[in-house]
Design a protein. Structure first.
Length: 763
């Protein structure tokens, strides 16, 4: 299966699981308790939303306990109500809304006086409502005389939801004459007709329909946009006594009841233990209309789309989350969903159905885990079947009865995996035991298995996971060798600076890998390169480093044979002895280094006295120095010593002093000195000659480097200083060079055999 096919399959799984979750949530949402849960969530928005910036213009005039105490129990005389209306008119109230039913007559005089008060100001709106009677519901209408005298009549109907809270109101109700607007809308229509029409249009009602007679109507319910801050309230007694009237000028006034025993009380999302009076709910509606705040639900189609998107997001999110942290993540996602609904409420005046979305977040982990369980059960059965077939094919498993439950499937699978794991461990041990780097790739080129040698070769590269990335990290010696072109490739290639033999072998298909895999074997050719380098070094050593002393020995031997009695022949045996001794020292030094590199000779760790090493070198090289009229001088402390291999250190000093004699000025001095600082000994060799050019200094210790100018005229292969560097580094030290007009100094740094304090005490 390709990566694209795998992604498509995963998306189909996600969509199917999200669709199932969507249907489950929709089914659960149909339960009444869950619907009440959604309404309770929306109620919290009213409590947490910030109040409007401007205070409400609506003023409540309450017939409260003070009014009843001063003017008697209710019902009051209609003449008293007329006086209250006239005082509100004198206070220049914008519109007066009386949330009081005037359905039964008191007296002709009192009713007439109240009607006169209505006609005088033409700013009074009264109410009617539907009452429940034994024979059914009937409208409780105001007296015709009062209705004709009033500016308008609005209904005071309220709708209670299943939990007993008032959250919505009918915009208009059907009467025998014509549809009648709600009491607060009727008041608002006479204050700001344009804004009222706009409010009605937001819920699909035209203001032109209010006066037309219709025979049937389904009430349109509008949510009430509650505000948290309180309305300004004045006692009716204060109005009757002419107090606080200045606060009423130009503002809409609603008159209603305050005491619980005479007022209609309704619970709202903002009320606590004490329900709100009916006039307060009318004030909430009126304030929403005048401030232009409309509250609507998100359309059903948009809600369904958002719910399905939430299901997809929750499934995608929880597919990558496991363990107890899922509870915390579910709480975080629930908070995000709630904040989205709160933002829609505050910023867009929309009620978003977050209840089903929260249910999707809650149910998503269970749905994901259930789907994973089904997939695990299928995978277990499939893997068990494949393992059984493979092991039976290789005669390592006895076929048994097919288990019929997942518990037994797991037991059989564990048993099969133990047998397969034993084979895997055996093969892995064999892979790790070999020196070759081995990796196995599947048909898509993905890395399946590798041993430590393979991982170690590519440790300097980024983490490799595919065959194509491995190809990009290597450099083939043959351009035609490419993994993607053919199988069974055998070639050589570089990984970094190291050369490897590459072999790619296709593996046969099996039950577990029906398409077959590819094994990649890398064999290091470092040993071959080291062998070739050693041969080159030995050839260079033989062709030059040994040629000089051998030529000298041969020349003096021929002199002795042809002229045995000549005066020059008398010194020939000494010269032959010295050159043979120097030749032997050179051979021993180079062979020790080669054997050390090849691992055939261990590095000795012993105390080596520097003065003894230098004096031995002086004995060997003094004749060579004398022939160049040079003097060898030792400057050092006799007790200084280093930790290392005496033979190798002698060879290193011998090479450096030999170079100093070769390139030094004839008739000058070769000065060898030794100094100790802390835990290090420094052996320096100084000669007086032409300085080495700065461009040559960094490469002096590289094999076969000969430099320029003067150094190229002196015969040699450039191996001596390279051997010196390897000897010093083998001892945990280093070698460096400084060259000025006053001469050149080579310094070998070695670990000291004893600290400075011990040396000082020995003196």
């Amino acid at each position: 299966m390709t990566a694209a096919q795998h992604r498509r399959r995963e998306w189909w799984r996600t969509l199917s699981l999200a669709s199932t979750l969507f249907l489950v949530v929709m089914a659960v949402t149909a339960i009444p308790v869950v619907r009440d849960f959604q309404m309770r969530i929306a109620d919290t928005y009213f409590r947490t939303a910030p109040p409007p910036l401007q205070p409400s213009p609506v003023v409540l005039v309450l017939i409260d306990d003070e009014s009843l105490r001063d003017y008697g129990r209710w019902p009051w005389s209609r003449a008293r109500v007329a006086e209250l209306v006239r005082n509100l008119d004198r206070a220049r109230a914008r519109v007066i809304g009386l949330d009081i039913l005037f359905s039964e007559p008191q007296s002709a005089g009192a009713d007439g006086e109240l009607a006169d008060a209505f006609r005088e100001n033409r700013r009074t709106v009264i109410v009617d409502k539907i009452g429940m009677y034994p024979d059914g519901p009937h409208w409780i209408e105001p007296l015709p005389a009062l209705a004709d005298a009033a500016l308008g009549v609005g209904h005071a109907q309220a709708l209670l939801d299943s939990d007993g809270l008032c959250r919505r109101f009918p915009l208009r109700e059907l009467t025998l004459d014509a549809p009648r607007l709600a009491f607060a809308l009727e008041v608002a229509r006479h204050i700001d007709a344009a804004r009222t029409a706009q409010f009605l249009a937001a819920y699909g009602i035209s203001d032109q329909e209010n006066g037309s007679a219709i025979t049937a109507a389904a009430p349109t319910l509008a949510p009430i946009y509650f505000r948290r801050d309180a309305f300004q309230a004045i006692s009716a007694a204060a109005v009757l006594q002419g107090r606080d009237l200045a606060n009423l000028r130009g503002r809409p006034v609603l008159v209603g009841f305050g005491p619980t025993e005479i007022a209609d009380r309704l619970s709202t999302p903002l009320t606590g233990p004490w329900p709100a009076s009916g006039v307060e709910i009318h004030a909430q509606i009126l304030d929403g209309v005048l401030s232009g705040r409309t509250l609507r639900s998100v359309p059903l189609l948009a809600s369904l789309v958002l719910l399905f998107a939430t299901c997809i997001a929750a499934v995608l999110f929880f597919r990558n989350r496991k363990g107890w942290s899922v509870i915390l993540w579910a709480a975080c996602l629930g908070g995000i969903v709630y904040f989205a609904g709160w933002s829609a409420f505050v910023l867009g005046s929309r009620i978003l159905a977050v209840g089903p979305m929260l249910l999707a977040v809650i149910f998503a982990p269970a749905a994901v885990y259930a789907a994973d369980f089904v997939l695990v059960e299928r995978s277990v059965r499939k893997q068990m079947q494949l393992l059984r077939e493979w092991l039976v094919q290789h005669r390592r498993y006895e076929l048994r009865e097919e288990p019929d439950d997942i518990a037994r499937n797991l037991e059989v699978l564990q048993e099969l995996q133990m047998q397969l794991g034993a084979l895997y461990e055996l093969h892995e041990t064999l892979l790790e035991a070999t020196r070759d780097a081995i990796a196995i790739f599947d048909t898509d080129g993905n890395l399946v298995l590798q041993n430590r040698s393979f991982a170690r070769i590519f440790r300097s590269h980024q983490r490799l996971t595919s065959m194509h990335e491995v190809e990009a990290a290597i450099q083939w010696l043959e351009d035609q060798a490419r993994v993607s072109e053919k199988k069974g490739v055998e070639s050589e290639a570089y990984v970094g600076d190291e050369l490897y033999a590459m072999r790619l072998i296709p593996l046969p298909s099996t039950t577990l890998s029906p398409k077959g895999w590819t094994i990649w074997i890398l064999t290091s050719l470092k040993a071959r390169e080291e062998r070739d380098r050693s041969r080159a070094e030995a050839l260079g050593f033989i062709t030059h480093e040994l040629r000089t002393p051998l030529t000298s020995i041969q020349g003096f031997a021929e002199l002795m044979m042809e002229y045995p009695n000549a005066p020059q022949s008398a010194a020939a045996p000494d010269t032959i002895y010295r050159e043979a001794k120097r030749l032997l020292a050179l051979i021993r030094s180079y062979l020790d280094v080669l054997r050390l590199d090849a691992g055939a000779r261990p590095l000795q760790h012993e105390e080596v006295r520097i003065n003894e090493v230098v004096h031995q070198v002086f004995e060997i090289l003094r004749p060579l120095a004398a022939s160049n009229q040079m003097q060898l001088t030792w400057q050092g402390d006799s007790v200084m010593s280093a930790t290392g291999d005496s033979a190798l250190l002698s060879g290193a000093v011998l090479n450096v002093v030999s170079n100093a004699i070769k390139y030094g000025q004839p008739g000058s001095e070769i000065r060898v000195a030794c100094a100790q600082s802390e835990n290090q000994v420094a052996i320096s060799v100084h000669n007086y000659g032409k300085p080495i050019k700065s461009v040559d200094l960094p490469n002096l210790f590289s094999p076969y480097y000969r430099g320029s100018d003067e150094r190229t005229r002196v015969p040699g292969w450039g191996l001596g200083l390279a051997f010196v560097k390897r000897i010093a580094e083998r001892h945990g030290g280093s070698v460096d060079v400084e060259s000025f007009d006053a001469g050149t100094t080579f310094t070998i740094h070695l670990p000291a055999a004893m600290p400075v304090a011990a040396v000082t005490g020995a003196r």
